[in-house]
Design a protein around this ligand. Structure first.
Ligand SMILES: [Zn+2]
Length: 79
């Protein structure tokens, strides 16, 4: 999966530039709490999941189960 089209037709690049300017990494607070100093960056990186943010519409493509699984799509909503 190198790239795909967002629902707004914008191209979402999964791979390419390193670091990927539209990729965000995250880890649960519970899992992060299990770490003690010093934190090994590569080990922490391996535990994180990613989401890609469409820079046109703001939708988030969240890969809860890694890039081998289908993402969950979140769309901004005004409140
Ligand atoms: Zn979009």
């Amino acid at each position: 999966m190198g790239k795909f089209l967002c629902k707004c037709k914008n191209e979402i690049k999964v791979s390419g530039a390193i670091p990927n300017p539209i990729e965000w990494l995250f880890i649960s607070d519970t899992e992060y709490d299990g770490y003690t100093n010093p934190i090994e960056p590569d080990e922490l990186y391996s535990k994180m999941n990613s989401f890609l943010k469409c820079d046109l519409c703001g939708r988030l493509w969240v890969f809860w189960g890694g890039y081998d699984n289908k993402p969950t799509l979140y769309m901004p909503e005004s409140y």
